[in-house]
Ligand binder design. Structure first.
Ligand SMILES: [Zn+2]
Length: 241
């Protein structure tokens, strides 16, 4: 094939292919790099690091500080170059598409709520009321190699958590700070947290499940239910049925 054509600088190539070519040609197996270098090399592609993650299902092993303790948070390590997806016939290797059916099943199972933070579709973020949640699909463990587009490997996530789970974000507590918060939880909550940790997802409480169902109703029905519950909770009101 024409080697000039297979160049990471070629803007006519797909972003995933360009990232693969760049890693192959400029970094190489067993080398460290960082996202700034990647963004600088391919500045015209938005979310270029996401395209890099898309290489993982094609057998590329790219480690982050989450997988390798010796890396700093902005460093990555190219452990293994996988399928040369720039070659004809290899281009779609590892591209995972989630079918509409699977997407609907996952959303329904997760009650149309983000399994990471619990927010439901269209709900404003508590810490940023000007933006509302949009739901998307994420992988139970986004850093796991070979994650598939099946019901078991997918979770409903809001766009913000999806970004956070997959990107290396700036603001983070240290493990010790998180541990301090964990220690303060009552024992029952600790056990619950441990279960969530094991499953890599949180299970919504009864109240949150009802909340999710409520959120799916049209505004007029939500207003009606809100009034009804308000009345039911008044001291001399009817008891909730
Ligand atoms: Zn979320």
């Amino acid at each position: 094939m024409d080697t000039m054509w297979a160049d990471w600088r070629n803007p006519k190539l797909g972003a995933r292919i360009r990232v693969a070519l760049w890693l192959h040609g400029e970094i190489g197996e067993g080398q460290r790099f960082n996202k700034q270098q990647l963004r600088k090399a391919i500045p015209d592609v938005e979310q270029v690091d996401r395209r890099m993650r898309d290489l993982r299902p094609a057998g590329w092993v790219i480690k982050t500080y989450r997988d390798m303790a010796s890396l700093s948070p902005d460093e990555l390590y190219l452990e293994k170059i996988g399928t040369p997806i720039w070659e004809p016939g290899q281009r779609s290797v590892g591209l995972r598409s989630i079918s509409g059916k699977v997407r609907r099943q996952v959303m329904e199972r997760d009650l149309h709520c983000c399994l990471r933070c619990g927010i439901s579709a269209g709900e404003p973020y508590p810490d940023d009321p000007t933006s509302t949640a949009r739901l998307t699909m994420g992988h139970v463990n986004p850093h796991k190699h070979g994650s598939t587009a099946t019901l078991e490997d997918l979770v409903t996530e809001c766009a913000r958590c999806n970004e956070t789970a997959q990107h290396l974000t700036g603001v983070q507590l240290s493990p010790e700070q998180v541990w301090d918060r964990i220690k303060e939880l009552p024992k029952k909550e600790k056990q619950k947290l441990l279960n969530w940790m094991a499953a890599e997802r949180r299970s919504p409480s009864e109240t949150e499940q009802v909340w999710a169902r409520y959120r799916q109703l049209p505004a007029v029905h939500r207003a009606e239910l809100r009034q009804r519950l308000g009345l039911a909770l008044e001291p001399d009101g009817e008891s909730p049925k």
